[in-house]
Design a protein around this ligand. Sequence first.
Ligand SMILES: Cc1cc2nc3c(=O)[nH]c(=O)nc-3n(C[C@H](O)[C@H](O)[C@H](O)COP(=O)(O)O)c2cc1C
Length: 398
Amino acid sequence: MPEKRVVLANCGVIDPEDVASYIERDGFKALKKALKLPGEQVVEEIKASGLRGRGGAGFPCGLKWDLARKAQGDEKYVICNADEGEVGTFKDRYILENDPFSLVEGIAIAGHATGANKAYIYLRAEYHFLLDLLEKAIAQAKKKGFLKHLDIEIRQGAGAYVCGEESALMDSIEGKRGEVRYRPPFPPTKGLWGKPTIINNVETLMNIPRIVLKGAKWFGGMGTERSKGTKVFSVSGDVAKPGVYELVLGSSLKELVEDLALAKKVQAVQVGGATGRIIPGDMLDTPLSFETILGAGAVTVFNESRDMIDIVHRTLEFLAEESCGKCAPCREGTEAMAGILERFSKGEGLEKDITVLGELADTMMLASMCGLGQAAPIPVMDSLQHFRGAYDNRIRQS
Ligand SMILES: Cc1cc2nc3c(=O)[nH]c(=O)nc-3n(C[C@H](O)[C@H](O)[C@H](O)COP(=O)(O)O)c2cc1C
């Protein structure tokens, strides 16, 4: 199946520094339409579309908006998560660089739909070079009179992976050290400064103007039963054509990595970043959907020359380094797993280590406070399932 550019429709087509070129391509038409409707009708349309969050967790967007809309609060907030700290992800950067206006329009519609009059874009520290462009896009939209109901402010991160997690992100905006919060309460009822807040990924918000303009039915016509629309993927690693690709959900991993990115002799593909699933090369017909594998859309390809244990070891070292440390299962579990994997890398693994990795995984998945610790064992357990022989070889050496 070829690429289908819905979210990326304007990328490389409009001038990201000139709002006129966006308006020429139906820019801000969806916002004008939404502003004429009651907020709850807009929420209903998003609900009906089946749009799910593109930042990793896949939570239904309309449901989140509905909760925030109905929540009591004198003030409400919209946050656009542009932290994009996930390993191997660079699709939000491509979107921000090429079509900042669609994002501003999506945020403006979200504000109207939920009753928020203040929005923040939380921008990854390393994307500081995009600050001027984004500020320019907001200023131009404001000058054209599109942001009368909503003030949009940009806040920059300071380089912590965990600050992409929504509750740590809110702490960071509030000026605190970014640490995960206990939940419930969830952000739609008690979020930023204790007020009802919706947090959405850049790509999720990019879909909003398209849905408002073309309708939930059109959007629901693409994808699978529980994964509607398209998904933007960042493909890197052992491929001839790394880059950003947009496909209808349900397309296969093979179509993405072999047909489009031209990967050869694939040993494994990690889908979803550092905590993503590891799919072996003989399972490339796996569909890309929320029902199977997805995450934020990071796709890293490893060819047959790669050492899978070394890859998983380095991944766990990264996660141990980036754990915020608030909960013991994540703080201690990622360290312990990284330590065991280091021994395997050196050929010093023990048979009983395999059992310990399984026990650590069970505890971390059950008891960690956020997705970092809950999902950190995924690549370890997947590598054990699909590449057990590599572990057994390292045991024999000891
Ligand atoms: C450790 C960690 C890092 C995350 N990083 C990001 C990120 O960089 N960008 C993002 O949109 N979501 C990230 N998320 C997911 C957010 O917590 C949240 O689910 C998302 O912003 C919600 O938006 P969505 O519903 O539109 O996907 C991260 C989650 C975890 C656990």
